[in-house]
Design a protein around this ligand. Structure first.
Ligand code: GAL
Length: 431
């Protein structure tokens, strides 16, 4: 009898041990026991982003190194999900947020992506006190603070500013073919034609995921509409059947005629590689491509590759800002704030941005840490009309963007302007 009781007691103790000391790694950074995040009682911060691999992760890794140096007691879990522009990461994030299993902090674009997807759904904690405690309120341009605020509350911290209306080009190819940098759409089309006749692939595109093509289209919209009416599109003041939208679609059709044949099987890095390797003359990409050229291909700014604003948008700056916030329901908000304060610091921004190709979001960063591309871009940011990117989540809701990416994908294959405009018009309701 006593043997049986002892066995039962033993079993009970085993169960108790399993319940208390169990490894909770499968909860993705959260523990269910009300204690610290996982890691056996250690304090952990799980950073969710889509920065993996070439041209993407160097900045993040530098920021994590800096954080670990400052906080050796906190474990960093780098929960990056591969796929440019968050193609896969955003879906994983949505599932986790819906399942009340948020990462400690996650990459999110300022503007609609933050405000309409997460703030409106009551999933984020306001950071007004954090901004005040860290004396941050006057350290970011007002336009950026607006993009991370809703109804007077601030919800995330921008780590960078990327520019989306940039054309990067192979300088040798431009020189050999006597190409002048085009500033208008007509000049651009002439340059495409000139290169094509010389047997050079004029424009490298990698639209395996359709957003790089959407990015070309948004730059064309900016060129034909101008900054005010481009903004008006997202505010519902300009309609998608406006003749200037049609004009943008027609230019888009022309431009698609000059891209590499294998565009649908390449991603943005593979397309940029064509330019770096002198196999294509230009590529339109956000300036994370600058990070890729410098860090991964070891190319020199203004020697191997040059850059200019997308023709017709020389006075404008398509703003893409990556930001990080504090989701509701994380168990160690103070630890997350420690990470956010390193990310918000001059040191943090200057560790991240020179490697990422972006400029610091802070106004008081150390410009000596940036090369000519960075300093040029900082100057342009000061002097340009700032416009929100559609392809990178700031201009319109995620639902609308998904629709547009699909329609762009169809357009690139079928090149039917009327049908494209009709579909854009239909999607208007999702804005
Ligand atoms: C953007 C993001 C950039 C870069 C790019 C390519 O959406 O803002 O930081 O990562 O995607 O993946």
């Amino acid at each position: 009898m006593w043997k049986k009781s002892l066995a039962l007691l033993f079993l009970f103790m085993l169960l108790l041990l399993a319940a208390c000391g169990g490894d909770d790694q499968d909860t993705g950074g959260k523990s269910d026991d009300g204690g610290d995040s996982d890691g056996g009682g250690e304090d952990t911060v799980e950073i969710f982003s889509w920065w993996t691999g070439a041209g993407e992760e160097d900045g993040l890794l530098a920021l994590i190194d800096l954080f670990e140096e400052k906080h050796p007691d906190i474990t960093v879990e780098n929960a990056a999900v591969a796929g440019g522009a968050g193609t896969n990461a955003k879906a994983v994030l949505a599932t986790r947020m819906q399942g009340n299993d948020p990462p400690s902090t996650f990459q999110v674009h300022g503007g609609a992506e933050l405000n309409e997807s997460w703030v409106a759904a009551d999933k984020m904690t306001p950071l007004n006190d954090f901004y005040e405690e860290n004396e941050l309120t006057d350290k970011f341009p007002e336009e950026l603070l607006d993009m991370v605020s809703k109804d007077g509350d601030i919800y995330s911290v921008p780590v960078n500013i990327h520019r989306g209306n940039v054309l990067f080009y192979n300088m040798e190819l431009f020189e050999e073919n006597d190409i002048e940098v085009p500033t208008t759409l007509d000049e651009f089309v002439n340059v495409l034609e000139q290169l094509d006749s010389a047997g050079v692939v004029p424009l490298a595109l990698g639209d395996k995921e359709s957003w790089p093509a959407t990015q070309i289209f948004e730059n064309l919209l900016l060129a034909t509409l101008g900054p005010d009416d481009y903004r008006g599109l997202w505010a519902g003041d300009v309609s998608f059947d406006d003749p200037r939208v049609v004009e943008a679609a027609e230019h888009f059709q022309t431009i698609i005629g000059y891209v590499n044949e294998d565009h649908a099987s390449r991603n943005w890095q593979d397309a940029a590689q064509l330019v770096g390797g002198k196999e294509a003359a230009m590529t339109n990409m956000g300036d994370w491509a600058k990070g890729y050229f410098s860090n991964d291909l070891s190319l020199e700014t203004n020697q191997d590759f040059g850059y200019f604003a997308f023709p017709g948008t020389t006075e404008d700056f398509m703003v893409i800002t990556d930001t990080f916030g504090l989701p509701d329901g994380v168990e160690n908000p103070d630890t997350v704030k420690e990470f956010l304060s390193v990310l918000a610091s001059v040191e943090g921004q200057d560790a991240f941005n020179p490697l990422k190709g972006s400029i610091p979001a802070r106004v008081d960063a150390d410009t000596s840490k940036y090369d000519e591309y960075g300093t040029d871009t900082m100057e342009d940011f000061q002097n340009s009309n700032l416009t929100p990117s559609l392809a990178h989540g700031s201009a319109a809701s995620e639902g609308f963007l998904t629709k547009i990416n699909q329609e762009v994908n169809i357009f690139v294959t079928q090149q039917d302007v009327d049908q494209f405009i009709e579909k854009l018009k239909q999607a208007e309701g999702e804005l």
